[in-house]
Design a protein around this ligand. Structure first.
Ligand code: ADP
Ligand code: MG
Length: 659
């Protein structure tokens, strides 16, 4: 029979497809097996509606490899194709049953008035949407493909052959291997080139691993005769009887068939879930996982999701090497190992998979990004993880605290990143250490405890709980009975600043206030009056100290003032702008050159003996006054856990004062 050309534009498209749509050549096998499965589905359906007497167990896929002939063969006993169908389905790239169906779906969705964001079906997707390209992926690894097929109920079998873009031919043939109906696809695997190894697609172990990677949940058995070495019977049982091995062949079923996520929760035990998690995600932490989320959703997006919150962060979790994402399946067939778009950054620790019937198998990574279904799913996944965490927080506090210790930083980054667009949905999941409860508390618990009259949520930042607890600024507030949140993570203060404040639902929002800021005001009216007077009286002394600290090019402090909040300590450091001294410290540790500076205020305790000494020096020894100012300023920095500018100079001055 004369060779036929592929229909209009197909040729160019075929080239394009072979070279660009799929990044991994290995997916050809997934495509061919999915087609076989579709063909068996079709016949099974026909059998049910027309009482043909075929059951699910009548169907299977068989795979064989022949290294010498360089062929890989995939046989199914599905519905097969008539000559017309061969012509129609494999002669024109632009024909795809799967995608016809998808087109109908899209139309249905649009007529429901859901096309408000028509943006999500961009032109590139709709162009590709017209082409069933799955079958042609065979040409990524084969230089010649033969399809022998016999349609169910037909007497004649036909063979379609093609060497790629230059066309195809269809001839009559025999079809013995497959039985009365079905399809045999034979790929003539390409020779290796300098850059590409094709030989691997002739290796049994490679085929086996590709099937368990992509096609494990195909509903029909995928079988292959595997070669293996076995101990010869009667050998190897003593020193004078060395073991001998023989080659045996054994038919193995390579797929496990029923995806665990398609089962119902009641069919599954925790152990089933944990086993699956370990194997699938290679996490061998014996403690298992914090939570299992198994969802089936219908409606705007129909999908099943099985997700896990691990116990521990992987070692590379907080590095940029860590790649977040969920595995993506289309009707039980894996189409992407890590779909980044399905998981928000703040939940990047979640492992799992999503299986949807609304997605096309022939969809590439780039196109998927614009897929509307995917966006709907991502939103719903975000919501479901959130509600699982909330449930844990409310019902299993210890577990949640453990979770928080592993991944809390990520949630706080989630609040801070993206200009706080997720802060509202994350704020109730946050925990901070409380000075009065001596454990991690939520913001809600904090505001529920505070008195009406307290108009702010107080916090203090530092290196660790002990250091913060002994800060001079904390002392005064604690004495007055205020609860203070202790922030020890670099991101904490940035996170709270992004949140701004917190209030119960329908209640007033109380702003967060750092006890290390200059304007914290817990003094009563008479105390305020007193401080004002004291500052007035010591105006000259304070100005002299400020000049000493800011001498030369230095602008160390924005202000020096007498403080009422100090009890036993001589000095403390606060800040008067948006940037706190702790934030300045965090920023200065960043690799990028960040010179943002806090407006520091040195506060002095007038009731401390040092104050009289300062007054004395002001009257008698101005030089020494500047040494004292310097030393006190450095002490204040040290108390805050902030490195001082010149430690050896500081030590020298201390000694000068000591001798
Ligand atoms: P799609 O699967 O998206 O329709 P493909 O390029 O994978 O696109 O396949 C094109 C068409 O060829 C299928 O829709 C089907 O009608 C037919 N086909 C492919 N493989 C088989 C097979 N093993 N048995 C029967 N029909 C097949
Ligand atoms: Mg297909």
């Amino acid at each position: 029979m004369a060779k036929k050309q592929f229909k209009a534009e197909s040729k160019r498209l075929l080239e394009l497809m072979i070279n660009s749509i799929y990044t991994h050549k290995e997916i050809f096998l997934r495509e061919l097996i999915s087609n076989a499965s579709d063909a068996m589905d079709k016949l099974y359906y026909k059998s049910m509606t027309e009482n043909l007497g075929l059951t699910r167990s009548s169907f299977e896929v068989n795979i064989t490899t022949d290294k010498e002939a360089r062929t890989l063969t995939i046989i199914d006993n599905g519905i097969g194709m008539t000559k017309d169908e061969l012509e129609k389905h494999l002669g024109v790239i632009a024909k795809s049953g799967t995608l016809d169906f998808r087109g109908e779906l899209d139309q249905a969705a649009n007529s429901e008035g859901e096309n408000s964001d028509a943006q999500t079906t961009p032109d590139d997707l709709s162009v590709i949407g017209q082409f069933g390209v799955g079958f042609y992926s065979a040409f990524m690894v084969a230089d010649k493909v033969s399809v022998k097929t016999k349609a169910y109920g037909c007497d004649e079998a036909f063979e379609w052959t093609s060497t790629g873009a230059d066309g195809y031919s269809i001839d009559n043939c025999e079809l013995t291997e497959a039985g009365d109906f079905g399809t045999i696809i034979t790929l003539h695997i390409k020779e290796n080139t300098e850059d590409e190894r094709y030989d691997e697609f002739l290796e049994q172990y490679r085929i086996k691993s590709l099937i368990s990677k992509y096609s494990d949940y195909i509903r029909y058995p995928i079988k292959m005769e595997m070669n293996s070495q076995k101990l010869k019977e009667g050998t190897g049982d003593g020193d004078d009887n060395p073991p001998e091995y023989e080659e045996t062949k054994e038919v193995q079923t390579l797929n496990s068939m029923i995806p665990i996520w398609k089962k119902t929760k009641s069919e599954l035990s925790d152990e089933d879930y944990n086993e699956f998690y370990k194997e699938k995600f290679m996490d061998f932490n014996p403690e298992g996982v914090h939570a299992i989320i198994h969802d089936k959703t219908e409606g705007a997006a129909t999908y099943s999701a099985l997700m896990f919150i691990p116990k521990k962060a992987p070692f590379d979790y907080y590095t940029k090497e860590y790649e977040k994402g969920l595995q993506l399946y289309s009707s039980g067939v894996m189409i992407m190992e890590k779909c980044n778009d399905l998981l928000p950054d703040h939940f990047s620790f979640v492992k799992g998979l999503v299986d949807s019937e609304d997605l096309s198998l022939n969809i590439s990574r780039e196109m998927l990004q614009h897929d509307r279904q995917l966006k709907v799913m991502a939103k719903s996944i975000d919501r479901s993880i959130r509600s699982e965490l909330k449930k844990m927080l409310n019902n299993e506090r210890d577990k949640y605290t453990e979770f928080w210790e592993a991944f809390g930083t990520q949630l706080k980054f989630g609040v801070y990143n993206g200009f706080g667009q997720n802060s509202d949905v994350l704020k109730d999941l946050l925990l901070f250490y409380s000075s009065s409860e001596k454990k991690l508390v939520t913001l809600l618990e904090y505001v529920e405890r505070t008195k009406e009259s307290q108009d702010a949520i107080y916090f203090a930042a530092g290196d660790n709980i002990g250091q913060i607890d002994s800060l001079p600024q904390v002392e005064g507030l604690k004495d007055k009975g205020f609860e203070i949140l202790y922030l020890t993570d670099n991101v904490d203060e940035f996170c709270l600043q992004m949140l701004g404040g917190y209030g119960k639902v329908d209640d007033e929002v109380k702003p967060f206030k750092s006890v290390q800021s200059a304007d914290v005001d817990i003094a009563d009216e008479s105390e305020k009056e007193e401080i004002k007077k004291a500052n007035e009286e010591s105006k000259e002394l304070l100005a002299a100290m400020k000049d000493a600290l800011n001498a030369g090019d230095n602008s160390r402090v924005a202000d020096i003032k007498i403080s009422k909040r100090l009890k036993s300590h001589p000095v403390c450091l606060t800040s008067s702008g948006v940037l706190s001294t702790q934030m300045e410290k965090v920023l200065s540790q960043m690799p990028t050159d960040n010179n943002a500076k806090a407006d520091k205020v040195l506060e002095i305790n007038r009731n401390h003996a040092i104050f009289d000494k300062l007054q004395f020096l002001y009257d008698n020894d101005k030089d020494k006054l500047s040494t004292y100012a310097e030393v006190l300023y450095n002490q204040a920095l040290l108390i805050e856990g902030i490195p001082i500018e010149n430690p050896s100079e500081f030590a020298r001055k201390m000694c000068e004062l000591m001798v």
